[in-house]
Design a protein around this ligand. Structure first.
Ligand code: 5RP
Length: 220
């Protein structure tokens, strides 16, 4: 089975968590795209979707799925999104698509974060995938110095601008032994908008697609 087929299996399993008549929070990336494509069949049975990026908004709209502004939503039972890495406590690295700020905002509102991944994303320790950090452009050099002080090697994602008009530093070589503490530290650097560490608000449920089928893990 290809990685894309596994991503699709996890994404389609997440449709079981969509609540009839409710709003759905929708993530960003290739796995989330499979979810959006599957959600199209349910579009008349949900109140609408809150997207976490312009790209997901376009894909949802192309399927005729009603888009909702997060500010107009009072209840969001589920947020469904992929990850670049996820550990056994269901802490994640996200932001491979550079959308982590809006993803973190929508996830914060949702009652449940359902993470959809192929098996390659599961790790025992986060950090092999370079940590994406969204940064206000004028703070690039200062934030680079601070991240270097933390032991990382930040690299500007060339030619990339986030939906919020900012840049992404991909931070290599970080030893992430305490994800929640590092998230607090990095998100506290002046000029950082949002790090791609999702530890303080990790996933509640992981749907992990393996060659043997989709396994479900719940946060302990
Ligand atoms: C985008 C993300 C994605 O969830 C993450 O990059 C995984 O992407 P994919 O599903 O394409 O492997 O955080 O900002």
């Amino acid at each position: 089975m290809t990685q894309d087929e596994l991503k699709q299996q996890a994404a389609l399993r997440a449709l079981d968590y969509v609540i009839e008549g409710a709003v759905v929070g929708v993530g960003t990336g290739s796995t989330a795209n499979f979810f959006i494509d599957g959600l199209a069949a349910f579009k008349d049975r949900i109140a609408g979707a809150v997207p976490s990026s312009e790209a997901s908004a376009r894909r949802l709209a192309a399927h005729g799925i009603r888009l909702l502004d997060l500010n107009d939503v009072t209840s969001l039972p589920v947020y469904i999104d992929g990850a670049d890495e996820i550990d056994h406590s269901l802490a994640m690295i996200k932001g491979g698509g550079g959308a982590q700020t809006r993803e973190k905002i929508v996830a914060a509102v949702a009652d449940k974060f359902i993470c959809i991944c192929d098996a390659s994303k599961r790790v025992t320790q986060l950090g092999r995938f370079p940590l994406p950090v969204e940064v206000i452009p004028m703070a690039r050099a200062q934030v680079t110095r601070e991240l270097t002080r933390l032991g990382g090697r930040p690299v500007v994602r060339e030619g990339f601008v986030t939906d919020n008009g900012n840049l992404i530093l991909d931070v290599h070589d970080l030893a992430i032994s305490e994800p929640a503490a590092l998230e607090t530290t990095i998100d506290g650097i002046v000029g950082v908008v949002t790090s791609g560490l999702f530890a303080k608000r990790g996933a509640d449920i992981l749907l992990l697609a393996t060659a043997q089928g989709v396994e479900t893990f719940a946060r302990a």
